[in-house]
Design a protein around this ligand. Structure first.
Ligand SMILES: N[C@@H](CCC(=O)N[C@@H](CS)C(=O)NCC(=O)O)C(=O)O
Length: 303
């Protein structure tokens, strides 16, 4: 399955900026390689909104023409994934946030491709991001790699301040440690309903802790990242599709508006964001239909 999402660029702030962008776009079509050189010469952190828009125009064009991807990010992007994977979803949200064109390849974990096995020989897991053919593994590493390589393109996912960056990394690690292990317990490793209930309690306790983290990190703003989606948002947001499916299995909400009201509002905002649409699954029944396939993969691995 191949899917190349090209997101709209909605960053024009004035009509003069629009005209400027139009002229630059024209230049892209007339002399794309020349423009690539100009964009590459921009210092990464001094990129302005219009350079961003120009850059995205160039990226779209370059992707289709097989030209270099500007801004230190030369080379095509290919993502190996599975549509339900929280780890894959977070990477796709970040690629969308930055309007980076990429080829998405759906893997069959029951019969992994030679490309996946060769690109991630250590864990043989998805996601794998291939950038100009070079693999980057581990979803949190991939997200940070994208943020660094395309630092001047679209919003930054990690905070600029080193202390805030450390705090964001702490909570992202907490999510994969506590929520991630409870997610595995609720869906894949529980053998009885009692074991599932125990994993649900662990998930709920972790979410209550994250309710406090959201209050602190956001400072009353919509996301962990403040006004915009940040690192902790994408890491936790990757699990939302499965939370919807688990809600159906257990007959109540994991992100319960009564217990964790901030997180419940956060979930609505995250799901509604353009970057999450079409990537964060919203069809719980479809997820549950896919669960036996995942369980069969896991069982075949254990043999
Ligand atoms: N820590 C990894 C976890 C990746 C992971 O567990 N991916 C699963 C899919 S959700 C996978 O590919 N499993 C295949 C396997 O382990 O053989 C990351 O963040 O990328």
């Amino acid at each position: 399955m191949s899917n190349v999402p090209i997101k709209g660029v909605d960053v024009y702030q004035s009509s003069s900026q629009f005209i400027y962008q139009f002229l630059i776009s024209l230049a892209v079509y007339i002399n794309p390689r020349g423009l690539a050189r100009i964009i590459r010469s921009q210092p990464e952190h001094s990129a302005t909104t219009s350079i961003n828009a120009t850059h995205v125009s160039y990226l779209r064009f370059a992707h289709h023409q097989g030209l270099p991807m500007a801004g230190g990010g030369e080379g095509e992007l290919k993502l190996l994934g599975v549509w339900t994977s929280p780890f894959v979803i977070r990477v796709r949200v970040v690629l969308n946030l930055k309007s980076l064109p990429y080829e998405y390849v759906e893997e069959n974990l029951g019969s992994k491709s030679a490309l996946l096995l060769g690109s991630n020989p250590v864990h043989q897991s998805v996601p794998v991001l291939l950038h100009g053919g070079r693999p980057v593994n581990e979803s949190q590493v991939i997200v940070q790699y994208i943020d660094e390589v395309w630092a001047g393109v679209g919003p930054s996912v990690l905070p600029a301040d080193p202390y805030e960056r450390a705090v964001a990394r702490f909570w992202a690690a907490y999510v994969d440690d506590k929520v991630g292990s409870a997610w595995t317990g609720m869906l894949f490793s529980c053998k009885t309903e009692e074991e599932r209930a125990e994993a649900v309690s662990r998930a709920v306790a972790a979410l209550e802790t994250l309710e406090g983290a959201l209050a602190e990190c956001s400072g009353g703003k919509p996301f962990f990242g403040g006004d915009a989606i940040g690192f902790v948002d994408v890491v936790l947001g990757g699990y939302l599709g499965w939370f919807g499916a688990i809600d159906k299995i257990i007959g109540r909400r994991l992100i319960d508006p009564a217990r964790t009201p901030l997180l419940a509002r956060w979930e609505e905002r995250f799901r509604a964001a353009d970057a999450a649409k079409g990537v964060v699954p919203d069809d719980a029944d479809k997820m549950l239909d896919f669960l036996p396939t995942l369980l069969a993969w896991i069982a075949s691995k254990a043999k």
